[in-house]
Design a protein around this ligand. Structure first.
Ligand code: NAI
Ligand code: MG
Length: 373
């Protein structure tokens, strides 16, 4: 029987609300599938920062490191200057835990409304692998003559062969578990230096994975292909900035920010992987019960997949998908039930669904094979 140590970071705003719902689903999954977890809450975010000035203290890093996975809600508050918590906590955690890739599935579940006319679940099942450690997110740059008309702002994008290689290699391995197609998304026609590096890595590694077909699209064209022909994609690998942007578009295809999940994966055992809905702390709806917990619940499913609980992961995904298909709307008051009630419906559904409901090709289960290889 599996036993897993989980660090839980509820965070700010709707973070604690959706995290509570996900933990109720976890309780039910443990009962049904016979594994257990030991959970430690780690308080990080606006309250801690405003009380003590602490962002990510060493003792929190040590606690995160000692766990098998991290469940994270969201961080961010109107009371704190933008950038402080995002850089000081979120990006700092991803760096401290060497979370090399950010995995963002884009899957439209049966019966879930999408704003894209005519889109069907069969045509919308892809995974974006976003490089998670560098590019424009390294926080390097400078401004000279700040505040004057002569101001010059330089924001650096750092691209190493090492980080691109580990992201692309993981993407090939994931594609092998899926439909065996890998697409590189970049902007090689303008960002020629970084683009050449990414292309060379894909070319080099494709020799090791001859069963995986490779493809390339520019990021601007990606914004056209994603809503019109998402069936073109299986696994998409891209840099940090492009991945951030195209996955918000991907989330919209699949029903909106409230249902999109992600996993920040450590690939070499040097740190702990972290699972979080892609949305933020949504201060505009915090405390009202209007947050959809599905993004957090599906992130839990990704966590269970990487922890080797593939069957539980697939069942949690199927239960969440089934409940989502019954909601009149996917966010806000129009959702027709509170965050807690939607979470409870997923709990109840977990007792009824077959983990094969989605056809046995659950990404959550595929991850069990790839993430721990
Ligand atoms: P946001 O994702 O928090 O909200 C964007 C919009 O989507 C809002 O209208 C919100 O009500 C809605 N929304 C978000 N999640 C929802 C859910 N589960 N159910 C229903 N509706 C939902 O992004 P925003 O407003 O740009 O940022 C708010 C704060 O969160 C900022 O401080 C930002 O820096 C932070 N942030 C934190 C992230 C993280 O912790 N990983 C990620 C993104 C933003
Ligand atoms: Mg984003």
């Amino acid at each position: 029987m599996g036993h897993h140590r989980l660090a839980v970071i509820p965070g700010d705003g709707i973070g604690p609300e959706v995290t509570d719902a996900a933990l109720a689903v976890l309780d039910a999954a443990e009962q049904r599938f016979g594994f257990s977890t030991e959970r430690t809450t780690v308080s990080l975010g606006a309250d801690r920062y405003l009380e003590s000035g602490e962002l990510l203290p060493d003792e929190a890093v040590a606690e995160l490191r000692s766990n098998d996975a991290i469940l994270f809600g969201a961080i961010g508050s109107p009371k704190v200057t933008p950038g402080i918590l995002e850089h000081g906590v979120i990006l700092a955690m991803r760096a401290a835990m060497t979370q090399a890739v950010n995995l963002r599935p884009v899957r439209l579940y049966p019966g879930v409304p999408t704003p894209i006319a005519g889109l069907t679940p069969q045509r919308c099942d892809l995974v974006v692998v976003r490089e998670n450690s560098e590019g424009a997110y390294v926080g390097r740059g400078s401004t000279v003559h700040r505040g004057t008309p002569a101001a010059v702002a330089v924001q650096e994008s750092v691209n190493t062969w090492y980080a691109a290689h580990r992201a692309v290699d993981f993407s090939f391995r994931l594609a092998q578990q899926r439909r065996k197609k890998l697409t590189l998304c970049h902007k090689t026609n303008v960002l020629v230096e970084a683009g050449r590096l990414w292309l060379s890595v894909v070319e080099e590694l494709s020799a090791q994975y001859p069963d995986v077909e490779t493809d390339y699209v520019h990021v601007d064209a990606m914004c056209m292909h994603l809503p019109t022909t998402p069936e073109r994609f299986d696994v998409v690998v891209t840099d940090n900035l492009f991945g951030d942007i195209v996955t918000d578009l991907g989330a919209v295809l699949a029903g909106g920010l409230g249902v999109a999940a992600s996993g920040n994966l450590n690939l070499d055992g040097s740190g702990t992987s972290m699972f979080e809905p892609i949305h933020g702390s949504a201060p505009d709806i915090a405390g009202r019960g209007w947050a959809n917990p599905a993004g957090a619940v599906l992130s839990l499913a990704l966590a269970l997949g990487t922890l080797g609980e593939g069957e539980a992961a697939a069942a949690v995904e199927a239960a969440a998908a089934s409940v989502l298909s019954e909601l009149p709307a996917l966010a806000g008051e129009a959702m027709g039930a509170t965050t807690e009630v939607v979470g409870q419906r997923i709990v109840d559904r977990l007792g009824e669904v077959d983990s094969d409901l989605l056809g046995g090709d659950s990404l959550m289960a595929q991850l069990a094979a790839v993430a721990n290889a």
